[in-house]
Ligand binder design. Structure first.
Ligand code: AVJ
Length: 321
């Protein structure tokens, strides 16, 4: 029984109680992103092995004019709704250009974290002062529902940065379907997909030599130590990622190096680990065009346009009904 008078985050506690009691232990990757995790993720995006950020940035720098003309479509104005903008570094390239072109649009970033939204809004107010911005502090789908009431202008939903890859394929389908349900004929959805490529290169992006990704993943244990009064000893676990070039799935695990038991004082419970038992902590799905078309089709959408970086490491794909 969870004591509701304690101050820990119930969502975190539920994930732990559920995920660590499964036959195949797992924890969701959103648990990576506490304050320290956000900081390490910034370092990941800056490291040479993590090609994803540079590739998507290149796509925006090279194609910003083409992207704007696709977004404008036949309509004068549009709402640009972004799910999970993060620090906004890449979106800023588009927003600056669109604003400079006097495009008639309002930027509506959606995030459940108020502090993430505040930082993002602050950044855009400084770097793109003419931008019309309306942050929405809601869960993605309640935001879409609210936005759908009484609207005139089409909406363009952005889900960039390969975030779609964190879902298992069938969950990604459900997610895109739910967005598609809220779209009208003149609306669009742009998704960032990391693409299949040299498997060594993909694996390195999740297993860099300096161990930044390892520390990002292992920070999950430190987080649980402080939030749920657990007693993980990180040295007794290790980071282990692998990439399957056939399915395009990257999986990351935290593996227990020995038989041990971990106590969660805040939950009045403990979990035991066998030697070499893994906790699955992340999916990072890689796609090819066929998979993208299949995902779109299953959601009742079709591909309007692919935007690639020069090396075809990454794709931002515009979908519509
Ligand atoms: C933020 C989901 C795009 O899967 O590439 C980076 C997260 N994890 N390195 C990804 C991540 C380890 C990242 N996404």
């Amino acid at each position: 029984m969870i004591d509701s008078t304690k101050t820990y985050n119930k969502a975190v506690a539920d994930e732990v109680l559920n995920g660590l009691s499964q036959k195949h232990k797992s924890l969701p990757s959103w648990l990576f992103y506490d304050e320290q995790g956000d900081r390490i993720f910034q370092q990941i995006m800056a490291m040479p092995e993590y090609y994803l950020t540079d590739s998507e940035l290149e796509i925006f720098q090279t194609n910003k004019a083409a992207i704007l003309s696709v977004f404008k479509g036949v309509s004068a104005g549009f709402n640009l709704i972004e799910f999970g903008a993060g620090d906004g570094m890449k979106t800023e390239v588009l927003l600056k250009y669109f604003t400079g072109q006097k495009a008639n649009f309002t930027y509506k970033p959606v995030d459940i974290s108020a502090s993430v939204l505040e930082q993002l809004t602050e950044r855009m107010r400084k770097s793109v002062p003419d931008l019309a911005i309306e942050p929405i502090n809601k869960e993605y789908f309640s935001a879409l529902e609210a936005l759908n009431v009484d609207r005139e202008n089409p909406m363009i939903v952005l889900f960039m940065g390969a975030n779609i890859g964190n879902f298992e394929l069938n969950e990604a389908e459900d997610f895109v379907k739910k967005i598609a349900n809220a779209l009208r004929k003149d609306d669009q959805l742009m998704i960032g997909f990391d693409l299949k490529k040299n498997p060594h290169m993909i694996l390195e992006a999740y297993n860099d030599k300096k161990g930044i990704t390892a520390s990002f993943n292992m920070n999950l244990l430190t987080r649980l130590n402080s939030e749920l009064e657990a007693d993980f000893e990180p040295d007794r676990f290790m980071h282990y990622p692998y990439y399957d070039p056939q399915t395009g799935t990257t999986k990351s695990f935290i593996v227990s190096k020995e038989e041990q038991s971990v106590n969660f004082a805040a939950l009045n419970t403990s979990f035991s680990f066998k030697a070499w038992e893994p906790i699955h902590v992340e999916f990072s799905q890689k796609f090819d065009e066929e998979m993208i078309v299949e995902l779109a089709t299953k959601a009742g959408l079709s591909v309007e346009r692919y935007f690639y970086d020069e090396k075809k490491y990454f794709a931002d794909v515009v979908l519509k009904k």
